[in-house]
Write a protein that binds this ligand. Structure first.
Ligand code: NI
Length: 178
């Protein structure tokens, strides 16, 4: 178990398409998930994808607890998601602020599908199948993008709504976009 360095935007591993996990329940997969968990918690992230710690596999974790800095976001249960697939429900997009441990200190407004179904597996290969909306849907889309070499700044449509968190939100909490 270890907190691992998080790669930052520009690193070539963050631009690759990650490979699917072939075998579940292995010590290597459990160790990877332990390191991801330690790293996400140490850095107070809402999620982490394996490529961010230098492992190009289709593995993400996420969890959102109540946080006074983000008073408008919903809680999301702790989830390990391996080999995920996303299926948007409807075409409705919603704007929301995002940040990323690979883009430290910055925030940007990103449009995401408001509602979607996601499927995948936990660390032991048990299937996961959920239909979610709002912030939960946003977090999944952000993390799965990492597996395809996409970082959130690549999806920003209006660069006037991209900047340093402490400049954008001097009050200390994130206001939802207008
Ligand atoms: Ni990220």
């Amino acid at each position: 178990m270890a907190v691992r360095p998080v790669l930052r935007m520009g690193h070539q591993l963050l631009r690759q398409v990650a490979a699917p996990v072939a075998t579940f329940g292995t010590p290597a997969l459990r160790e990877l998930l332990c390191d991801m968990d330690d790293t996400m918690r140490a850095l107070n992230g809402a999620g982490l994808a394996a490529p961010q710690i230098g492992v190009s596999l289709r593995v993400v974790i996420f969890e959102v607890n109540r946080n006074p800095r983000y008073p408008h976001v919903d809680e999301v249960p702790y989830t390990v998601l391996v080999n995920p697939t996303l299926e948007p429900i409807g075409a409705e997009l919603e704007d929301g602020w995002e940040g990323c441990l690979s883009v430290p200190g910055l925030r940007g407004v990103v449009p995401r599908f408001r509602q979607l179904r996601y499927r995948g597996f936990d660390a032991e290969g048990r299937p996961i199948d959920r239909t979610v909306e709002g912030f939960h849907a946003r977090v999944v889309q952000h993390e799965v993008d990492h597996l395809d070499g996409v970082l959130y700044p690549m999806r920003i449509r209006d660069l006037t709504r991209f900047g340093f968190e402490d400049e954008l939100f001097p009050e200390g909490y994130v206001r939802p976009p207008d």
